[in-house]
Design a protein around this ligand. Structure first.
Ligand SMILES: Cc1cc2nc3c(=O)[nH]c(=O)nc-3n(C[C@H](O)[C@H](O)[C@H](O)COP(=O)(O)OP(=O)(O)OC[C@H]3O[C@@H](n4cnc5c(N)ncnc54)[C@H](O)[C@@H]3O)c2cc1C
Length: 314
């Protein structure tokens, strides 16, 4: 493979790993390598990296915690950016006009952030309890569930655009919807959230309650992502219906392809055993989609993001 472009980073403050296995960096634990996994060590290095990639037509993808990601067995071309460096995991809290504004680096771990906010008595993002993510990945997906979505608490999002410029977007310029965020193209670098001061005991109690609920309904396995599919809208009622129930009703709980299988606890959770291939999971997706379509006429759209050399998407 022609990788003359890796020399593009030699003078930048970045860590570069060529032919980097991505499987171990995702919750599914499967999939091939990135041509290059690049970890910038400063916001300036990130901006210049993104600018040079665009200038040299090198494809850029961003890796968060890999909790919603399935990488093709053949891996992906170009550069995968990791924001694991401490320069992207900062946390600052300021009070402006009585509103607590919290500024968080996109590489910050969301679950640690929830715990830290509860400890400080900051309410607003505790609905994210138990959702594995980096803050950037949670924003890109508008992660959430029964207790709210991350977009609810957003105040502004800073994005490194493909030309390397950092632009800050107020919430009014962005659109958050069910498991979807319409954000300008680029790498989310940090975000601010509107928080409320509350008694830490009460915030912590909510975190415990939400975690107990999540553990009671979802298998928190580390060889699965979250829900494989978004809940589809039933055109008859205009309401979302549970994709897990549709798959369950199609008799597919526990269904297996190779070393991948549908959880017998929650039919929207697809999981795999050691030695599984991404193709096993892909096939399982197709089986579930066609069984549900045949039974109900409803189409299932994947919530999990698929990365492939042949184009992203299931
Ligand atoms: C056990 C388990 C339970 C889960 N429960 C839930 C749940 O209750 N609700 C829910 O919504 N999700 C849930 N998920 C799915 C997952 O936690 C979310 O989708 C989360 O937002 C993924 O974040 P991530 O950092 O892991 O992103 P990744 O999986 O690494 O990436 C997802 C997408 O975000 C993009 N991205 C990541 N970082 C950035 C960035 N800085 N800038 C631009 N784009 C970026 C990636 O390029 C990719 O397109 C669960 C997953 C697991 C494994």
């Amino acid at each position: 493979m022609d990788r003359h472009w890796t020399s593009l980073f030699s003078d930048l403050d970045v860590k570069v790993q060529a032919d980097a296995p991505l499987g171990p960096l995702t919750w599914f634990g499967v999939g091939g390598c990135a041509d290059a996994l690049v970890t910038p060590r400063s916001p300036e290095a990130l901006a210049e990296l993104v600018r040079r990639c665009r200038h040299n037509q090198v494809r850029v993808r961003v890796l968060g915690s890999g909790a919603n990601l399935l990488v093709d067995d053949a891996g992906v071309e170009g550069v995968v950016i990791s924001l694991a460096d401490p320069s992207f995991t900062s946390l600052e809290v300021n009070t402006e006009g009585g509103i607590e504004l919290m500024k968080v680096g996109a590489g910050h771990d969301l679950m640690k952030l929830v715990t830290e906010c509860a400890r400080r008595g900051l309410a607003g993002i505790e609905g994210m309890t138990g959702i594995p993510a980096q803050v950037g990945g949670a924003l890109a997906m508008n992660a959430g569930g029964r207790y709210g979505e991350i977009g609810d608490a957003v105040h502004a999002v800073a994005i490194v655009r493909p030309d390397g410029a950092l632009r800050v977007y107020a919430k009014s310029e962005l659109h958050f919807a069910y498991r979807h965020a319409t954000l300008p193209e680029g790498v989310i670098a940090w975000a601010t959230f509107s928080m409320r001061e509350e008694n830490p005991v009460e915030v912590r109690a909510r975190v415990r309650e939400y975690m107990a609920y999540k553990q009671s309904v979802q298998p928190m396995s580390n060889s699965a992502a979250g829900c494989m599919f978004k809940n589809p809208v039933d055109p008859g009622t205009s309401q979302r219906v549970s994709a897990g129930k549709l798959i369950d009703d199609a008799g597919l709980k526990g269904h297996r392809v190779g070393k991948a299988f549908i959880s017998d606890r929650h039919a929207n959770f697809f999981t795999c055993e050691p030695g599984a291939r991404t193709d096993d999971l892909r096939e399982l997706v197709r089986v579930a989609q066609s069984a549900v379509r045949e039974r109900t006429g409803l189409g299932l759209e994947t919530e999990v993001v698929f990365w492939s050399r042949h184009g992203d998407g299931a």
